[in-house]
Design a protein around this ligand. Structure first.
Ligand code: HEC
Length: 108
């Protein structure tokens, strides 16, 4: 009896944790849309169009190019990419940034 209860609990736990991490990723997509990243960037793999304010790279595979630490510094305009700072400084809470970062890193 006890074994069954424990394995039941374990599977409930796994379900809950995996669904919240997925939700976290989708929240990151929402931050991306809310913060005006689509003024310049497309993410064609996700069907995200841009307003083409500038010729910016498509971010469909950005998760294969950079790590989280780079994204944090680059999007806060602390470091350069190809000798330039990013066009737009990320303005928002740390919590929002973490969601955004998680989503960007999932784009592979
Ligand atoms: C005003 C236009 C503009 C906006 C708005 C903008 N970006 Fe960018 N972004 C660029 C340009 C241009 C580059 C290319 C920089 C370079 O290669 O020097 C770039 C590069 C990047 C890169 C690196 C891409 C690569 O292939 O290495 C990431 C990641 C990125 N942007 C994320 C974002 C996020 C997230 C937002 C929203 C918070 C955002 N950008 C908003 C113009 C913009």
């Amino acid at each position: 009896m006890r074994g069954i209860a424990i394995s039941l609990l374990a599977s409930v736990f796994i379900c809950v944790t995996s669904s919240t991490s997925l939700a976290g990723v989708n929240e990151g997509k929402q931050v991306f849309l809310d913060k005006g990243c689509t003024n310049c960037h497309t993410v064609t793999a996700q069907g995200i169009e841009s307003k083409k304010m500038m010729d910016a790279p498509d971010l469909s595979t950005v998760g294969t190019k950079h790590d989280g630490d780079f994204l944090l510094k680059f999007l806060r305009k602390k470091i350069d990419l190809n000798g330039k700072k990013h066009q737009k400084k990320f303005k928002g809470s740390k919590a929002d940034f973490m969601k955004l970062q998680k989503w960007l890193l999932s784009l592979k």
